[in-house]
Structure formats: C-alpha cells, structure tokens
Design a protein around this ligand. Structure first.
Ligand SMILES: C[S@@+](CC[C@H](N)C(=O)[O-])C[C@H]1O[C@@H](n2cnc3c(N)ncnc32)[C@H](O)[C@@H]1O
Length: 95
C-alpha cells in the first residue's frame, strides 16, 4: 500500500489566507481560552499564519506555544509575525 501524501484544500486561496492571519484567541479561540493558563506549554496543530499561536503564547507565558503546520509557507508567515510582535515564547515549525 502506498503512503498517502496529505494536502490542504485552501492552499492556493490568498483571500482565505488573508482572513486567517486576522484570527485571534479572543474570538476564534474563545472556547479554548478559559482552559489555557500561565505556565502551560501548548501545541497548536495546523497553526497557519500563527496569529492564534501568538495569542496563546501571551496567555501561557512564561510557558511556550509551539505551532506546527504542513506548509512551510505558513510557518514562514508565522515566524515573521512572531518576530514583528517581538514574542519570545513562541515558535512555529513545519512538519
Ligand atoms: C484553516 S487554517 C487554520 C489556521 C489557524 N489554526 C487558525 O485557526 O487561524 C488550517 C491550517 O492547518 C494546516 N494543516 C492542515 N492539515 C494539517 C496537518 N495534518 N498537519 C499540520 N497542519 C495541517 C494547513 O496547512 C493550514 O495552514
């Protein structure tokens, strides 16, 4: 049996990606926020451009938020956003 290579259906949709970067823990992550506390370490699977990962990092500090994503282009965006915001306890990696 051949392995199945995963893909992502919105991969070539810039409009969708422009919306993704505006998402926040306060709004889209509201269901999760009450369960996230300072000093936790969180893994954000499918972090995309990282806006939610960075919001999680602010809550869990001095714990860490790690974002992972299938697409290196998203990880690059997440790392750029992290650098612009000067957040030290987050990072994103591609898987
Ligand atoms: C809709 S975006 C969501 C981004 C962010 N989590 C948010 O809620 O704003 C979904 C992301 O998950 C990633 N993704 C999809 N399947 C994945 C998988 N199996 N492992 C890691 N990342 C995955 C995609 O590349 C895409 O960047």
């Amino acid at each position: 049996m051949r392995p199945v290579l995963e893909s992502y259906s919105q991969e070539s949709n810039p409009d969708f990606e422009n919306i993704m970067v505006l998402r926040t823990v306060a709004i889209e992550g509201a269901f999760l926020k009450p369960h996230i506390k300072s000093c936790m370490n969180v893994l954000d699977v499918g972090c995309g451009p990282g806006s939610i990962t960075l919001g999680l990092a602010e809550i869990v500090s001095p714990g860490e938020a790690i974002g992972i994503d299938l697409r290196p282009s998203q990880v690059e965006k997440a790392e750029t956003l992290r650098s612009v915001r000067g957040i030290k306890n987050a990072r994103s990696v591609s898987v």
